[in-house]
Write a protein that binds this ligand. Structure first.
Ligand SMILES: Cc1ncc(COP(=O)(O)O)c(C=O)c1O
Length: 389
């Protein structure tokens, strides 16, 4: 099941637009370059796959190589922690590495990747982290966070309620909430997290050189990553801005529901949010992200788990000559969508609506590797596509 709707643009500028300039992205990337283990992640050109499905070019950036984290999220956590400490102590982010150990405790909610990034960033700075996860979270993801020295536990709550719980624990204990989503009154720290994500986009355009994509597909949980990259791409490409398409699981499609309602308010999805795309199982849109999406985004897509499973198999089993990409559920959904749109006969109207054809140059980001190896093998080896119940 795939649903596509165009975004009725609301072009009024927002107070957040200046967060995502090219100059800021360059400064943030310089910060990341100073971190241990920094290397730009590879941008793979999948020429055989592009030819096979009828595109001019298809690029996939492989974030499984990001630091030691198997996902892009540490970019946001590391930058935000540095900004938080620098602001509190009136020093520069570069000076933060000399801060007295255990001066700060950071708290967050996560479906895995963000919490692992925060735990890693806190460990690098010799600070403390407390991480809460929604019910149903994979034990492997929990253990990966604990291995980095954080206190972590799985709650009985869904993602959005886990965020509220993390906030209340922070308020009660004097911990600093470093959450990868924003709401009115809590926008500065998420803004820094989102700025951190821009390194991924800057690396991508640097790898592309003179090649300008016609279409960029971005997966959305709360829409913070998608919003940040949209803001960056708008500044970077100006009049040549590619068509930007957001992709969400139909069980947690808060951006899609907000686009669909088109009534000037954000629309939440509630309940269990049970999709295999754990990283995208968020029911409430990030305010700062939405301000970019509503101005510069072009289409919103809601799709079922099968699309993500297809993407994992396609990327993990490349055609001769293409590189293999180990891509997890949330990482693979965009490539899975491109694949389905291009090869299914009944998707011809969607292809033509998006303008996808043999002249198209497509950019996707595989935002995670096999962060849940048990499910990765169930899906890629055993051909499953739903959740283990
Ligand atoms: C692998 C992966 N991709 C994409 C996203 C979506 O990011 P956002 O919640 O900012 O929309 C997440 C969020 O956790 C994620 O873990």
């Amino acid at each position: 099941m795939i649903d596509i709707i165009p975004i009725q643009k609301d072009v009024r500028s927002s107070g957040f637009d200046a967060l995502f300039t090219v100059a800021k992205a360059k400064a943030v990337k310089e910060f990341h370059e100073s971190l241990p283990g920094y290397e730009a992640t590879p941008l793979r050109e999948l020429s055989a796959l592009a030819k096979h499905v009828g595109l001019k070019k298809l690029f996939v950036k492989d974030e499984s190589y990001r630091f030691e984290l198997n996902a892009f999220k540490g970019l946001g956590g590391s930058y935000a922690l540095a900004e938080v400490i620098a602001t509190k102590l009136n020093i520069t982010p570069a000076e933060v590495k000399n801060v007295e150990p255990n001066s700060f405790t950071f708290v967050t909610a996560t479906d895995g990747n963000h919490g692992r990034g925060i735990a890693w960033a806190a460990k690098n700075l010799k600070q403390q982290a407390v991480v809460y996860m929604p019910k149903g979270s994979a034990v492997e993801r929990l253990e990966n966070i604990r291995k980095l020295g954080a206190t972590a536990e799985i709650t009985e709550l869904n993602y959005d309620d886990t965020v509220r719980f993390a906030k209340s624990q922070g308020d009660a204990n004097g911990w600093i909430l470093v959450q990868d989503t924003a709401w009115p009154g809590y926008e500065e720290i998420p803004g820094w997290i989102m700025q951190g994500y821009m390194t991924m986009a800057l690396e991508a355009v640097q790898s592309l050189g003179d090649i300008v994509p016609t279409h960029i597909f971005l997966q959305a949980g709360v829409g913070a990553m998608a919003g940040a990259l949209t803001g960056f791409f708008n500044h970077y490409y100006g009049d040549k801005k590619p068509t930007i398409i957001y992709v969400e699981p139909n069980k947690a499609d808060c951006v899609f529901q907000t686009v669909k309602a088109n009534d000037g308010t954000l629309h939440a999805v509630t309940g269990d949010l049970d999709s295999i795309m754990a990283g995208l199982c968020c029911g409430e849109v990030c305010t700062v992200g939405w301000e970019q999406i509503r101005q510069f985004g072009d289409y919103s897509v809601s799709c079922d788990d099968k699309v993500a499973a297809d993407g994992m198999r396609v990327l993990g089993n490349p055609l001769y000559g293409d590189e293999q990409i180990i891509s997890g559920e949330s990482g693979a959904v965009t490539t899975g969508l491109v694949y389905r749109l291009m090869v299914d006969a009944d998707k011809a109207p969607m292809r033509s609506e998006l303008g996808l054809n043999e002249e198209s140059v497509v950019l996707c980001i595989s935002t995670e590797g096999d962060t849940d190896t048990v499910n990765y093998r169930r899906i890629v080896w055993d051909g499953a596509c739903g959740l283990i119940k």
